[in-house]
Design a protein around this ligand. Structure first.
Ligand SMILES: Cc1cc2nc3c(=O)[nH]c(=O)nc-3n(C[C@H](O)[C@H](O)[C@H](O)COP(=O)(O)OP(=O)(O)OC[C@H]3O[C@@H](n4cnc5c(N)ncnc54)[C@H](O)[C@@H]3O)c2cc1C
Length: 417
């Protein structure tokens, strides 16, 4: 059994940014999970980031570690906005950030998390156990995929969710139906079409909402009227990008309203020419039921108030994600019950702490409390320093009061250099 002050579960942008801050503050911690695992395994090669390059940096405790710094060092052409930013470059950037600022990451899964006394016990996939005084859950979108009821229960060979797809070469030459009208659906449709699949997109919406291409050389007046922000253009975006702590002060009904009305299904400007007139798109379409017939998946759909049958080799639900802490099988029942407040959503304090003291949630699962910025890498600039400060403060206060001792640890801990 090894011990640490803080265990961070997840080694993506949020977990890594927090680890960098804890390390800089000299706070003992361990970070668990496959480095940039979600980006390396569950996003398709060739994908371009939907966030602008200036808004895609992990948050470091000191300067010199942004996407721009990385590109400068590696001789990669960089533009803050309007740059086609490939997944592969982002993954390399994330690994470089981790190598520079995070140190040792243990590429293990947490299989079980439970409370023991006032601390936490974690069972790891390599057979070890870890005791931690604080735990931070930074698992991104894992476990939150939403699939329409009509597609649930189909065999995996015929149906999947967009979150399951890294490599897409299996689809070459096949008929693929994609359900959804947002960035995931449109991005996948472009990539699949380009590698030689026949693609149809079935979307609920009447038409695709395309983002505007960022204009170079905007006037000062235009920039004042519509400022550029991490989440997009405009004062509303600026507020949501920069003021998650004010969002947190809104009452629940208002937060929900803002979340429902923010950043609905849309496509990045650079997808427009790769999709329009290249991919068959059915608008105002809803899938009613699905079955398998003669080795094909057959969908019964309502499209423009008419019923139709659509068949394909495979259907992909690009239908988004919904936070639900109850989906994390590794959480003990008492933890799930305590932190899943509104239908699986965690209610967090202004320090990202759940109703269980010492247990924090950051990243997309904290969006209900801090707003849509937490669904994006941009939110690391708020979450990482804030949680690191709170953990440092409460451990220091606790150290003055308690007789807690880390005991004999066979495993070396990460601290500051
Ligand atoms: C297709 C797609 C495209 C996106 N494009 C963008 C974009 O362009 N810009 C943007 O800002 N955001 C984008 N996002 C959102 C993005 O995924 C999140 O903003 C970001 O990844 C959240 O980071 P994270 O650190 O919370 O989680 P993730 O990056 O998802 O990392 C999760 C970590 O948890 C680890 N893990 C999982 N299970 C366990 C376990 N049981 N035990 C231990 N570790 C575990 C994983 O290995 C991984 O290290 C996109 C999302 C999708 C699905």
């Amino acid at each position: 059994m090894s011990v640490t002050d803080t265990a961070i579960i997840g080694a993506g942008p949020y977990g890594s940014s927090l680890a960098a801050h804890l390390r800089a503050a000299g706070m003992a911690h361990q970070i668990l999970g496959e480095p940039m695992g979600a980006w390396r395994n569950y996003m398709p090669p060739g994908m371009l980031l939907r966030s602008e390059a200036f808004a895609s940096s992990l948050h470091a405790p000191r300067s010199g570690f942004t996407v721009e710094d990385y590109c400068r060092q590696k001789g990669i052409p960089y533009q803050p906005m309007g740059m086609a930013f490939p997944l592969e470059t982002f993954v390399d950037y994330g690994l470089w950030f981790q190598g520079s600022l995070v140190g040792d990451i243990q590429a293990v899964d947490v299989l079980n998390l439970r409370r023991v006394g006032g601390q936490f016990q974690l069972a790891l996939s390599d057979g070890r156990s870890l005791i931690a005084r604080k735990v931070v859950i930074a698992l991104g979108l894992k476990g939150y995929a939403q699939t329409p009821p009509a597609l649930q229960g189909l065999p995996q060979r015929y149906a999947s969710h967009s979150e399951q797809h890294g490599d897409l070469t299996w689809a070459r030459g096949k008929d693929i139906v994609i359900v959804g009208g947002g960035q995931s659906a449109l991005g996948l449709s472009a990539l699949l079409h380009e590698l030689g699949a026949r693609v149809r997109v079935l979307m609920r919406e009447a038409e695709i909402v395309w983002h505007e291409r960022p204009e170079a050389g905007r006037s000062i007046l235009s920039k004042i009227r519509h400022p550029d922000a991490g989440l997009g253009r405009g004062w509303r975006s600026l507020f949501l990008s920069e003021c998650p702590h004010l969002f947190h002060m809104l009452d629940q009904a208002r937060r929900r309203l803002v979340m429902d009305k923010s950043y609905g299904a849309s496509g990045a400007w650079w997808l427009h020419d790769r999709v329009v007139d290249k991919v068959e798109i059915w608008s105002r379409t809803e899938v009613r039921s699905a079955s398998i017939d003669n080795d094909r998946v057959v969908l019964r759909v309502m499209s423009d108030n008419e019923e139709a049958l659509v068949d394909a080799d495979h259907v992909i639900a690009a239908t988004g994600f919904k936070t639900d802490m109850r989906q994390h099988a590794f959480l003990s029942k008492d933890i799930v019950d305590a932190i899943s407040v509104h239908g699986g959503l965690p209610e967090l304090t202004s320090n990202y702490e759940t109703r269980i003291g010492g247990l924090y949630v950051i990243g997309p699962a904290s969006a209900h409390s801090f707003g849509p910025v937490m669904r994006f890498v941009y939110g690391t600039k708020h979450a990482a320093p804030s949680v690191a400060r709170h953990i440092a403060g409460s451990l220091k206060a606790g150290a003055r009061e308690s007789r807690w001792s880390p005991g004999d640890s066979p495993m070396s801990e990460q601290t500051s250099e």
